[in-house]
Structures are given as structure tokens and as C-alpha cells.
Design a protein around this ligand. Structure first.
Ligand code: ATP
Length: 270
């Protein structure tokens, strides 16, 4: 018999307060939160709730964070799994793992299933070299589609998936009743970066000479994950310098270190 593999996340609750700089995107998923909180109201009106929502955007823009926040706001269990995990495992178990995952989620519904890196199994069939062998990948993908097609709407399970390569996905995934909602998560603009920096400095004693707007202006192209890392590097420098607060110099030096590190990394790549 198969061991029970899937359990909801036990980590601290994530809410929209933890997500910054992508407000339009938050609004698009608010409907899902509302449904998960009060399914009965939707059902009475015969409203069809989306089975699947595809979050697409570059790495580090907060797709996983947003999915977690939807679960946190709705106060429902969050089951998370990376698509590459399905197929990196022993051959032949991908489909049964998918079945397990949906089974566990339905048991405790309302719930969210989050599938990260959907493109690892969801790329168009017949494409170039796929990880884990194409049979395994296809069986796993087919099982996900079967599960979603089987939703009657009364399960109270919504599947969120993330990809940074939406263009290579199998069109079958995007059909009605599957991932028929698409939400694009873009890198933050100047104001967005400032808001993200504000979130990640919440627990950090920042010196009065630090102007987060200036830090945001100095970090074009950086996404949420980069900005979080920047704040942490600055705090590490301040600690090493035996300061009580994180100052402007710590931010500047951390930024320089990160940018130089990136440049050096690129130059050393054969
Ligand atoms: P990937 O495609 O690499 O999985 P992702 O888009 O799912 O990336 P996350 O894993 O959610 O990105 O981001 C990593 C971390 O960066 C988050 O846990 C969070 O701390 C921070 N972060 C990213 N985006 C944001 C944001 N918009 N607001 C606040 N923090 C963010």
C-alpha cells in the first residue's frame, strides 16, 4: 500500500500583507479567496468557480508567495508540490502521486493545491528532450487533467499553478475547466520595489538615513526575491560592522556586492 505522501503546509500563515507591489494581481485572485471562504453563496447562484488558475511570470516575482497568501487569506489548507518532483521520483509513480495529492486535498476541502514549475510536466507534447522520460511526464500530466476534469465544483478545491514559461505549455492545460484563468505576475516597477522593500524591512531596525525610495531607484530589474536578498545582505553587513541599525552604507555596499557578484558570475561562465 502507498504511504500517505501529501500533507498541507504547516508553516506560518501568509497573507496579502506579505505580498507587495503586485496589487492588480492580488485583485484578480480575490475572487478565489471569496469563494473558498463562502462556497455556499456561489453554489446557490449556480456560479461556476474556476478549477485552475495559472500564474505566469519571471522567477522570483512572488507567484508561490501569492498562492500561499490566497490560502492564508481564505484560511484553508495549502498543498504544495513542484511539478519536477513528480517526475524526478521513481519512474511510474507520478500519476499515483497526483492522485494522492488530490485525494488528500479533497478530504480537507476547501483547500488549495499549488503546482510549481508546471512547465516541467506541462510542456507541449512532442517537444524536445523532456525530463524524466516523456511517458512518465505525459502520464503525470494526464492525471492532473483527469483530476481537474472530474471536478464537479462541489469539491471546493482550487488548483493554482505557476510557470515562467507559459508559452511552451500544452494547450490542453488551458482549456475550459482546467487552467482557464491566467494571471500574469510582472516584475515590480519603482513604487512596487519600494513597497516590497518596506515589507522585507518590517522586522529590521533601519537607520534614519535610509531612504527606501532611493534604494528602489537603485535596483531596476530586481524582483521580490532579489530585494529580499538585498535586505538580508545589508543586515548581515551591519551585523558584521557591529552596528545597531542597518544604514544607507550597508544597503549600498550590499547592492554593490550583489551586482558585482552577478557580473563576476557571468564573466566566469565558460
Ligand atoms: P519562482 O518562479 O522562482 O518559483 P516565484 O515567483 O514563485 O519564483 P517566490 O518564490 O514567491 O517567487 O519568491 C521568493 C521570495 O521572494 C518570497 O518568499 C518573498 O519573500 C520574496 N518576494 C517575491 N516577490 C515578492 C513580492 N511581490 N512581495 C514581497 N515579497 C516578495
Amino acid at each position: 500500500s502507498r504511504a500517505k505522501l501529501y500533507q498541507p503546509d504547516q508553516g506560518p500563515r501568509t497573507t496579502f500583507a506579505d505580498v507587495a507591489g503586485i496589487e492588480e494581481v492580488e485583485q484578480e485572485v480575490t475572487e478565489i479567496v471569496d469563494f473558498l471562504r463562502d462556497q455556499e453563496r456561489y453554489r446557490r447562484l449556480g456560479a461556476q468557480i474556476p478549477h485552475g488558475v495559472l500564474l505566469s511570470g519571471p522567477p522570483g516575482t512572488g507567484k508561490t508567495l501569492l498562492a500561499r497568501a490566497v490560502a492564508g487569506e481564505a484560511e484553508v489548507p495549502f498543498f504544495s508540490m513542484s511539478a519536477s518532483e513528480f517526475i524526478e521520483m521513481i519512474v511510474g509513480v507520478g500519476a499515483s502521486r497526483v492522485r494522492d495529492l488530490f485525494e488528500q486535498a479533497k478530504k480537507v476541502a476547501p483547500a488549495i493545491i499549488f503546482i510549481d514549475e508546471l512547465d516541467a510536466i506541462g510542456r507541449a507534447r512532442g517537444g524536445a528532450q523532456s525530463i524524466g522520460g516523456s511517458d512518465e511526464r505525459e502520464q503525470t500530466l494526464n492525471q492532473i487533467l483527469t483530476e481537474m476534469d472530474g471536478f464537479t465544483g462541489s469539491e471546493g478545491v482550487v488548483v493554482l499553478a505557476a510557470t515562467n514559461r507559459a508559452e511552451i505549455l500544452d494547450q490542453a492545460l488551458l482549456r475550459p475547466g482546467r487552467f482557464d484563468r491566467r494571471v500574469t505576475v510582472s516584475p515590480p516597477d519603482l513604487a512596487g520595489r519600494q513597497q516590497i522593500l518596506a515589507v522585507h524591512t518590517r522586522g529590521v531596525p533601519v537607520a534614519p538615513d535610509v531612504n527606501l525610495q532611493n534604494v528602489a531607484a537603485a535596483t531596476p530589474g530586481m524582483v521580490g526575491a532579489d530585494l529580499k536578498n538585498l535586505v538580508n545582505e545589508a543586515a548581515l553587513l551591519a551585523a558584521r560592522r557591529r552596528r545597531d541599525t542597518v544604514g544607507q552604507a550597508d544597503f549600498s555596499d550590499a547592492l554593490e556586492k550583489i551586482v558585482l557578484g552577478t557580473v563576476r558570475g557571468i564573466m566566469l561562465t565558460p
